[in-house]
Structures are given as C-alpha cells and as structure tokens.
Design a protein around this ligand. Structure first.
Ligand SMILES: *Cc1c(COP(=O)(O)O)cnc(C)c1O
Length: 415
C-alpha cells in the first residue's frame, strides 16, 4: 500500500503533483508520504494487536527527525544502533522506556549515555560487551536491563550484505554462549538479563525463516525457564520485505498469522523492530535528466541523482523501479538505457537496461527509496546532500534543507 499514484498522466504523492514539488524544492529530492508511513505502522500494529507488542521503529532505515516524530506520535518506540541515533531519539523526545539499542560495537561513551538516559534495554551482541555494560552501569550506580542477541544460524534468503542471522556473520551469540551467560547471570550485579533478541536480516519476503528462528528461540526459552531463568521480553527484530520489483512479500497479516502462535507460546512481551516495512515504499527519489547519451554499445540516461544520494543499487545491486513523472503518452520510450548519475565510478547507477520514455530535462522518480536511501547518503564527489520533503495533511513540508557548498567544508581545517 502506498500513496504514489498517477492521475491524468501525472505522478502524485497523496494529493500533490510530484512535478510541482520538484519545481518548488528543486532536484534531486526525496519525497515522503506521511499517510503511507502511518498506514504501514497501523497495519503492523493491527496484525499483532492481540499481543500488544512494543513496536520500535528502526531509526537507521530513515532517521529524519520529522519522520521519527510522526511515528512516536502514534505510540512507536525506537530501535537505535549508535550514540548518534540516541541523540536523535532524545531530540524528538522519545520516551526512554521505548528505546532498544543494538550494535556489535557500542563504545563506552555510547553505553554511558544510554545507561544514563535509562533506555528500556540493550541488545547485547557479545560477552565482552555484556561485561562492559555491567561495569559502566556499576560506575553509574544503575541497574540496566539487557536482552541477549541470539544468532539462530538461519538463512533468511536475502542479499549476503543484509543477512545477519547466520553463524558466520558478526551479529549476536550462538545458543551455547547465550545459555552460559544466563547460567552465570548472578555475576553481573548491575544487569537484569531479561530478554532474547533476534534480527536475522532484512528484505525477507517469506515467513519460513522467521518461523524457523522463533521455533529455535522457543526451544531456548523453554530450556532457560526449566533452569529457573525469569524472562520478560522476546524481541523479534525487523526484516520484513517490501515490493521493489515483482516480489510478493508476505503482508503484515500473513506474517502475523504464521508467527503469532509461536510468539504466544513464548509467553513473553514481544518487541518488533521494523524499518524498511514502515518507510521503504513511503518515499521516492525525484531526479532530473541532464543528458541522454547514446553510444553504439549502450544508451545512458544521465540524471542529477547519483550513488551518493541512493547507494542501494551500487551497494547491493538492488533493483528500484524507475518511472517518468509524466506517463508515456505519444512519446517514444528510449530503447533500453542505464540510468546513471554524475559520480566518477562505473558502479554509479540507479538502474540498468530500463525502458523509460523521457527527454533531456525530463523528471523521473526512483521508487521504493524511503528506506536506506537518504540515511545512507554521503557527500562523495563533494555533492551536497539533497533535500527531503514530507507530504502530510495535504501540504508539503521541507523536512531537511538541501546542503550547500559551505556545508560541504564545515569542520575542515586548512593548515
Ligand atoms: C536494521 C535493523 C532492523 C530493521 O531492519 P529492517 O529490515 O529495515 O526492518 C531491526 N533490528 C536491528 C537490530 C537492525 O539492525
């Protein structure tokens, strides 16, 4: 479900013509739909309503403050992975008791800030980290809640770079380590080890890897209970896939139907950490054609957005639909062209071998760019980061200014 549709041959975001937004805010431009974001949040919330889970939106998918505020206003908590994301969470006044914190490399400063803020829970990824959080909590005279991130060694059937629940990845701990930590929990006087956390990967379109994972988790939970361990939380992470091409990802309802019995069986309070599912298809990247370059071998649509603005195609060979803002009328579609940016890398492309009817100066939109789009953008090739606009209540709000050249050199020191 999303609110980007054609009306009379023009692409709209909710009730606003995307072309007008491009004229007003210039290109390249990220455009988000609040209705779409909230729609996905409610779908997930409703699908799991019988469990009343805590939904912690995964900040790294898209960390713009206005989007965080929008989700928090609906009762969402936040899943963070760095001190910078904690800073953002504080800026939007997210209740500390709705913040969970995962990352394999939390530094002392990051841990201290989060302990002081009193976040709901750390998701612990290694024994040394557990010891560090205990030590810092002791220094601060706090008792800190933690969950152990369990690596279930399950294949999620997604790209290798976004697979996190296989043994050979850096994430979480295996069953033996998890059990042995629980067995020696008394050693960690300033921790309450109260949960199991899992996050097996991203863009997972089927239910089966989740089912496998939760079955393994339930087995571990049962065993721990038998040994007298009192658990409170089961955090099932994020990872739900969306449509980029012609995938048929499970809906929130289908997903819930498959996993609800297993989650109920655990008897624990459930935490969800959705990222991509909430914002992925709630955003597009609007870009202008600079040149059409035709060669004997290949045609190129050269646009003003590049891999520094949206890196998923270059990084994961990810597919994004790319469409012309004006629906093809009589105009002839270009035969087949690679959509590329101005960055000096052959890996700089947004799409390969596409048929798009567009002319020089024409506008095109890269769809499904709401998650891991702007949040992964950089200044590579000294390109200022682009502007972001949120369409909400029939209005377009600028939620991040386009950077300028001064922004590029901010902090640099000439010696
Ligand atoms: C990135 C991440 C998520 C969100 O993943 P999505 O695939 O975007 O839903 C959730 N939990 C953790 C620990 C993560 O690192």
């Amino acid at each position: 479900m999303h609110y980007f549709n054609f009306k009379k041959g023009n692409l709209y975001c909710e009730n606003l013509k995307v072309k007008d937004l491009a004229s007003k805010f210039d290109t390249p431009l990220y455009v988000y739909s609040a209705k779409t974001i909230l729609g996905h949040f409610s779908k997930l919330k409703n699908a799991f309503s019988t469990l009343k889970p805590l939904i912690c939106y995964s900040v790294k998918a898209n960390s713009n403050l206005s989007l965080l505020k929008l989700l928090i206003s609906q009762g969402s908590g936040l899943d963070i992975v760095s001190g910078g994301e904690l800073y953002r969470a504080k800026k939007v006044k997210c209740s500390a008791k709705k913040i969970v914190y995962a990352s394999v490399g939390k530094t002392d400063i990051e841990i201290r800030d989060a302990v002081k803020y009193g976040i709901l829970m750390f998701n612990i990824e290694s024994l040394p980290e557990l010891e560090r959080v205990n030590k810092i909590s002791k220094e601060l005279k706090k008792k800190t809640k933690v969950a152990l991130r369990f690596n279930p060694d399950v294949k999620p059937g997604t790209h290798a770079y976004i697979t996190t629940g296989k043994k050979e990845t850096k994430f979480g701990m295996d069953e033996e380590t998890v059990k042995s930590i629980f067995a020696s929990r008394a050693k960690y006087s300033n921790l309450s080890i109260v949960g199991i956390h899992m996050h097996i990967g991203s863009q997972i379109t089927k239910g089966e890897p989740f089912v496998k994972t939760f079955k393994k988790a339930n087995r571990v939970i049962r065993e721990l209970k038998r040994r007298g361990v009192k658990l409170e939380y089961l955090n099932i992470g994020g990872g739900l896939g969306i449509v980029y091409d012609n995938e048929k990802p499970q809906t929130a309802k289908e997903f819930a139907k498959k996993v609800l019995p297993l989650l109920k069986e655990s008897g624990l309070k459930i935490v969800l950490e959705p990222g991509r599912f909430i914002v992925g298809n709630a955003g597009i990247l609007v870009t202008k054609v600079i040149y059409l370059k035709e060669t004997d071998q290949k045609n190129f649509i050269i646009v003003d957005a590049a891999m520094n603005d949206l890196s998923r195609p270059s990084l994961y060979s990810a597919y994004h639909k790319i469409i012309s803002l004006a629906k093809a009328g009589s105009k002839k579609a270009i035969k087949s062209a690679d959509v590329v940016g101005p960055v000096c890398e052959s890996g700089d492309f947004l799409g390969k071998e596409r048929k798009i009817s567009v002319k020089s100066d024409g506008l095109i939109a890269v769809l499904g760019a709401g998650a891991y789009g702007f949040s992964m953008s950089s200044n590579y090739n000294s390109r200022p980061r682009v502007a972001e606009v949120l369409v909400k209540n029939k209005k377009a709000y600028l939620i991040r200014k386009r950077e300028n050249y001064q922004d590029l050199i901010k902090g640099e020191i000439v010696i």
